[in-house]
Design a binder for this molecule. Structure first.
Ligand SMILES: CC(C)(COP(=O)(O)OP(=O)(O)OC[C@H]1O[C@@H](n2cnc3c(N)ncnc32)[C@H](O)[C@@H]1OP(=O)(O)O)[C@@H](O)C(=O)NCCC(=O)NCCS
Length: 161
């Protein structure tokens, strides 16, 4: 089930993000950062005897009047390739439409995944400077191998969602 994140999800969100960050797939996020930005997050949860287990998470961070970033998209290693990533991104797209945003983007190395959701590659320089604040805490910095991918929500119709 995909739903908005709640405080109790943070330890598992942190575990997921840390796992992928240690493999240089995304940036680390502290518990404090996750609590502060909790309202940006959606999670995919599975009911278990010991309570809900978080299988994936994603954040939609507002950048500007017409633009938001999809960030911290992470799916549990054992559950990759089962459509969870797509469902999480769809939740952010629904939210972006609800808010009246025109575009969302992701900085990513996962081009085939975002291709399938209808995103297109754009030159990084076309995004506002504000987007690059996270680069300061990225170990790659000027050796960045991420590409920028954008989805225009007004034209994306149902094919991407
Ligand atoms: C990238 C990631 C979020 C994808 O989530 P997922 O749940 O494994 O992906 P899904 O099962 O929803 O895949 C949706 C589609 O994309 C395809 N896809 C996903 N990853 C792919 C890849 N690396 N190469 C090619 N196709 C891929 C799937 O095959 C599926 O295609 P289909 O519609 O033909 O079945 C997940 O693998 C992950 O957490 N990766 C590590 C962290 C990361 O890199 N995050 C992205 C930061 S921007």
């Amino acid at each position: 089930m995909i739903r908005n994140a709640i405080m109790a999800d943070v330890p598992e969100m942190h575990r997921l993000i840390t796992h992928h960050a240690e493999l240089n797939r995304m940036l680390f996020r502290s518990h404090a950062d996750l609590y502060e930005h909790l309202r940006d997050f959606f999670v995919c949860v599975e009911a278990t005897g010991g309570g809900p287990r978080v299988l994936g998470c994603v954040a939609l961070e507002l950048v500007w009047r017409d633009l938001a970033e999809i960030k911290s998209l992470a799916v549990d290693e054992e559950h990759r390739g089962r459509g969870i990533g797509r469902q999480l991104v769809r939740a952010t797209l629904d939210e972006a439409r609800r808010l009246g945003l025109a575009r969302v983007f992701a900085l990513t190395r996962e081009r085939p995944f975002f291709d399938k959701l209808g995103f297109r590659v754009v030159a990084k320089e076309t995004l506002p400077h504000k987007v690059w604040t996270d680069c300061v805490r990225c170990p790659l910095q000027e050796h960045c191998d991420e590409i920028a991918m954008v989805l225009d929500l007004e034209n994306s119709g149902d094919s991407s969602t």
